[in-house]
Write a new protein. Structure first.
Length: 125
């Protein structure tokens, strides 16, 4: 009986040492500007129809982005997200630009052999 009581008291002692923090507050600020990740230039923008019919490209993710940024910064965000998940080509399905925000539905593709890039883009996109 004494042994069980001793074991139980040690168990209670060690379990009381493991406390779970109750503070769920997060401090800090998010940056307003977008910075391109390393390898940003390896992700290219193509027409969605071209990537859909290309047998060398697989759709990795369809993503909706709503940001209070302009078109160029929103495309940069989409390219950064493509880099993070391993994609190397993106396309836009829907894009709407309001006064101070941009809404787009983009698709991220992983292509073993990329299609020819026909249309030029502004610098930084």
């Amino acid at each position: 009986m004494l042994r069980i009581l001793f074991t139980f008291s040690i168990f209670v002692f060690f379990s009381s040492c493991n406390t779970i923090p109750t503070s769920t507050s997060v401090y800090g600020t998010t940056p307003n500007e977008t910075t391109p990740l390393r390898g940003f230039t390896k992700v290219s923008v193509h027409p969605d129809k071209l990537l859909k019919i290309n047998t060398n490209c697989d759709l990795a993710m369809r993503i909706q982005i709503v940001q209070s940024k302009n078109y160029a910064e929103t495309i940069m965000e989409l390219k950064n997200r493509a880099l993070i998940i391993g994609g190397n080509a993106i396309s836009l399905s829907t894009m709407k630009e309001y006064n101070s925000s941009t809404y787009l539905i983009g698709k991220i593709y992983l292509c073993s052999k990329k299609p020819f890039h026909l249309h030029p883009h502004p610098i930084g996109i």
